[in-house]
Design a protein around this ligand. Structure first.
Ligand code: C2E
Ligand code: CA
Ligand code: CA
Ligand code: CA
Length: 278
């Protein structure tokens, strides 16, 4: 069988061979980076529309590599998922984010932290125990933890996902639906799953001030969120014009470069102690 594989391998073009090699390299670089504690988290504020008060922060993974340009998680998370490394990597992210939230609380600025969770992690058999153990170990109140999942997670295994979400809610953790409107959107998910927060995708926000169609979608999602009693967070808010229009449409919470880029923990604490971002 091994020879068979080798024979077939010769049919691969040099390009595919090179791409396989670089993917393999990325996978092993990721593993080494996790072992070498090279990953960092940055935190991006979520701001209340009226007051400019910081109501929460999203933890975003960073991989600073000496000699190499910073690689976006959008590029390496899929490889971490494919190789299974997302499970230990995601465990580290959760632990680090909860520990940071404890430090902000102890510094007098208790703040909810949102952690991105991929489908592979969410459906991992050890996931619920990991969340419980992490909260216990760090001493973070469950109410200060939010988990961001995408519509893709909900589509995987409906009864199982519902069970996991119900357990998390019972612990006191809140759930945000990320990138809303881009995936396999089904409005029935909003009815079936006890979600707390909708994050409308930045692709709608980006064009909103030029494209009436996007503005109409954002407006409709805002009203829907209100009707369902969900918090709505607009992502990727970059300009004052976008922020103004979002506020007019009734969007409660905004996140984006307009207010702050994702920043290291110490910088975030300074923003939190200052209180508002306008
Ligand atoms: P996401 O969860 O949708 O995160 C929002 C992305 O938009 C982040 O990109 C953030 O830096 C970026 N962003 C924030 N404000 C603005 C803005 O005003 N304009 C623009 N153009 N972009 C803005 P980032 O940090 O590169 O992360 C990319 C994706 O990687 C995330 O998308 C998320 O899907 C994934 N990711 C990041 N950290 C983690 C993690 O710890 N675990 C998992 N599973 N996925 C993660
Ligand atoms: Ca997110
Ligand atoms: Ca998002
Ligand atoms: Ca995204």
């Amino acid at each position: 069988a091994k020879q068979d594989g080798r024979a077939r391998f010769h049919f691969f073009s040099a390009e595919i061979e090179e791409s396989l090699r670089s993917r393999h390299r990325l996978a092993s670089d990721l593993r080494l980076a996790l072992e070498g504690r090279q990953f960092r988290l940055h935190y991006q504020p979520q701001v209340a529309a009226g007051s400019g008060r910081i109501v929460g922060v999203e933890a975003l993974l960073r991989w600073p590599r000496s000699g190499a340009p910073a690689t976006s998680p959008a590029a390496f998370i899929p490889m971490a998922e494919e190789s299974g490394l997302i499970v230990p990597l995601g465990a580290w992210v959760l632990g680090e984010a909860c520990a940071a939230a404890c430090r902000w609380r102890d510094a007098g600025a208790p703040t909810r932290v949102s952690v991105n969770v991929s489908a592979v992690q969410f459906l991992d058999p050890g996931w619920l125990d990991l969340v419980r153990a992490t909260l216990a170990r760090t001493g973070l109140t469950a109410g200060l933890l939010e988990l961001e999942i995408t519509e893709g997670v909900l589509a995987r295994d409906l009864p199982r996902t519902l069970g996991i979400i119900n357990e998390l809610k019972a612990i006191g953790v809140s759930i945000a639906l990320d990138d809303f409107g881009t995936g396999y959107s089904s409005l029935s998910y909003l009815k079936r799953f006890p979600i707390d927060v909708l994050k409308i995708d930045q692709s709608f926000v980006r064009e909103m001030t030029d494209d009436p169609c996007d503005a109409a979608i954002v407006g409709a999602v805002t009203r829907m969120a209100q009707g369902l009693g969900l918090q709505l967070v607009a992502e990727g808010v970059e300009t004052p014009a976008q922020a103004d229009l979002l506020a007019q449409l009734g969007c409660g919470i905004m996140q984006g470069y307009r207010f702050s880029r994702p920043v290291p923990e110490e910088d975030l604490l300074r923003l939190l102690l200052h209180g508002t971002l306008t």
